[in-house]
Design a protein around this ligand. Sequence first.
Ligand SMILES: [Zn+2]
Length: 190
Amino acid sequence: MSQSFPRYFNENTSKLKIINKDKSVFMKIIAGLLWLTKKMRFHTIDDFMTRYVTTIGCRIYGPTERGSWNMDMEPTSTLYHEMGHVLESKLEPVLYELKYLLSKKWRARYESICVQVEMAMFKERRTIKYADQRAPHFVPYGIPLETMRKELHDRVNELKAGNPHAATTMIVQSEGAWRAQLVQDRRRSE
Ligand SMILES: [Zn+2]
């Protein structure tokens, strides 16, 4: 059997673990903290355990309600997006996490880069119209709508100009190499 993309990525691009959120005690603790900080009006995130995929370092925690999350899963736009966060954390150790948590501007930047990854993988998303549709989804993260729109517009334009961010390039290259290997494996088994 051919290797899944998550396994290929883990071996050739960057360390990666995909975990079901329900099975993680750590995620349950975070859910408690989020409940508290929501009361303190730091954000408006609801249903952390069921709606959100959460990535910390090289670990992606996915909710059962949104498919099955494991190292043999097929790549989806959400998985590509989260792989973007894995790479952001790898490219800027510690700083990424701090900037993401403490600055709305940086949070918008990092999230928009992960949307750029999706845009690179799915050409139909590479438009200003899509960027505008997507921007409101990040408002619950405490990012002002206009900030997010502007960031997403920049990401679309960078991609169109052939000048994407490092995380985007790394995922596109990794996925391309993985597909090439799949073709090779198929030829070998024929
Ligand atoms: Zn994200």
